[in-house]
Design a protein around this ligand. Structure first.
Ligand code: PEP
Ligand code: MG
Length: 328
């Protein structure tokens, strides 16, 4: 694997018509960080902070959290890292965090998880905020919140961070040079209020794993449904294009950070609907960079517009043929 990574490490992801696409990687542990230089990714577009909680037998103390975030930023050097606040609950259960007072949830993916937990147990979020702010002292902190469904949830989470920032300031501690706040778009409802939220965002990260399960009402971990709903369905691609277009007038970076962006045809389709930033599994970084170099954006945009206006019976087949004709 290391040899395969190295061969594509220095490939710069410019499209044929000269647009630089950002190809970042997803990570969750210290051990993932060497992949950044091995793959030549543009940064960490999604750092899943809950991994530290999941691999620990007890709630990680603040100092431990700070150390992890600092190590990750050190390992990234000049490249940006986007920290996502914990996304626990759902399928990620913490034995030491009493979950819903012992009540089993019938639909945990749609239950008490992610930001919903963090805002209610805001001690958890405060500790994470302190740890991130201290770790990013003198640098830029990029932080995003998972499962935002309504603008007030984003505002409430940001207020927790700003409260901790004020506290550190009153203590005369060194602060981050800049804080960039972002939201994940995973709950379809948020798409209807992006005009409200966009002015407050530095970036939006589309989590297509959860978004797809909620758009299609199809459990992402149920193997019976795995083949049934295609990421290349017009419903998903039209939805994503609309999201992309609705924040296009604002100064908001849009990234797709779900698994879909790491797959060839899916990455092509995303380029064709206007996505210019991907954050994907490290193993996909090299292959996607190489793919990007073969693509003419006007060409794929024309094809996607045509297919999304009048969807063919099988968009995956159409795209496969299109790519084949062009030697992609
Ligand atoms: C997603 O939902 O697409 C996502 C990137 O987050 P996770 O897979 O951690 O839920
Ligand atoms: Mg998710």
């Amino acid at each position: 694997r290391q040899a395969a990574y190295a061969a594509l490490r220095d490939v710069e992801p410019f499209t044929r018509d000269g647009t630089r696409i950002k190809v970042m990687m997803n990570a969750g542990l210290r051990d993932d960080m060497p992949n950044l230089s091995l793959t030549g990714a543009d940064g960490v577009g999604l750092f899943r902070t809950e991994f530290q909680f999941l691999v620990s037998a007890t709630l990680p103390a603040r100092e431990r959290q700070t150390r992890l975030y600092r190590d990750v930023l050190d390992a990234a050097g000049d490249k940006p890292v986007v920290f996502r606040t914990i996304d626990i609950g759902g399928d990620k259960v913490l034995p030491y965090l009493r979950h819903n007072d012992g009540e089993q949830e019938e639909n945990p993916a749609m239950g008490w998880r992610a930001l919903r937990v963090a805002l209610e147990r805001d001690g958890l979020l405060k500790v994470q905020a302190r740890a991130m702010l201290e770790a990013a002292a003198g640098r830029t902190l990029n932080v995003m919140f998972p499962m935002v469904a309504e603008p007030w949830e984003f505002e409430a989470a940001r207020a927790v961070f700003e409260g901790q920032r004020q506290f550190l300031k009153s203590q005369k501690k060194l602060l981050p040079e800049a804080i960039r706040y972002g939201a994940m778009l995973e709950v379809p409802a948020l798409a209807e209020q992006l005009d409200v939220l966009a002015p407050h965002l530095s970036f939006l990260s589309i989590g297509t794993n959860d978004l797809t399960q909620f758009l299609f009402a199809a459990d992402r971990s149920n193997p019976k449904l795995a083949e049934r709903y295609d990421w290349l369905s017009p419903a998903i691609l039209r939805f994503l294009r609309r999201v992309q277009q609705s924040v296009a007038g604002y100064d908001v970076d849009v990234t797709v950070c779900g698994e879909m962006g790491g797959r060839r045809l899916e990455a092509l389709a995303l380029l064709g609907i206007g996505i210019r930033r991907l954050s994907i599994t490290p193993a996909s970084v090299g292959p996607v960079k190489e793919l990007v170099r073969k693509v003419d954006l006007a060409d794929i945009t024309e094809a996607m517009n045509r297919w999304l206006s009048a969807p063919p019976a099988n968009l995956r087949e159409a795209l496969t043929g299109w790519a084949h004709e062009r030697g992609i």
